[in-house]
Design a protein around this ligand. Structure first.
Ligand code: ADP
Length: 146
């Protein structure tokens, strides 16, 4: 069983996240979307509502599960017997950030490999941050959220 954890804040989950998941489906038997709980940061969308919405949005992907977690991502992977961490890369800023996280995770968990997939160009500008910003100014963001 090839299991990957797709960790993130998903505050909110965007059509870009879902497109990335779709590209990853043929690579893994099971993917766990792991919604990180950050005690330091107040989320824009409440955790429970976010989880429910994400679960509903991913019903068409039966090999995908959705869970929240509040520990180290690599510890969560071990608990789920996942040997892979899935992450997305939109641009060079993402690349540097993701590489740094992957390097740290490799040091603390050499048995868990980070797999990075590139965003398709039409999703490269879509970020949860941009959606939160637009939503906070009352703009309709429904077309970007899953
Ligand atoms: P985090 O707060 O951990 O960065 P996010 O929810 O913002 O979590 O993103 C989770 C993962 O999804 C990250 O690897 C990020 O680069 C990737 N991602 C975010 N938006 C997109 C997108 N539009 N296309 C592809 N990957 C994306």
């Amino acid at each position: 069983m090839r299991t990957a954890v797709f960790p993130g804040s998903f505050d909110p989950m965007t059509i870009g996240h879902k497109a990335l998941l779709k590209k990853a489906l043929p690579l893994f038997d099971r993917i766990i979307v792991a919604v990180g709980i950050n005690q330091q940061k107040k989320p824009f969308f409440a955790l429970d509502a976010r989880l429910e919405r994400i679960r509903h949005a991913l019903l068409d992907m039966p090999q995908v599960e959705v869970e929240s977690y509040d520990c180290l991502t690599t510890d969560f992977c071990r608990a789920k017997q996942a040997a892979f961490i899935l992450r997305g890369v939109r641009d060079t800023t993402d690349f540097e950030y993701e590489r740094r996280i992957a390097d740290i995770n490799r040091i603390i968990a050499p048995d868990i490999e980070t797999v990075m997939l590139f965003a398709d160009p039409q999703y490269a500008a879509i970020s949860s941050t941009m959606i939160r910003e637009l939503a906070s100014f009352g703009k309709d963001v429904s077309m970007y959220i899953v």
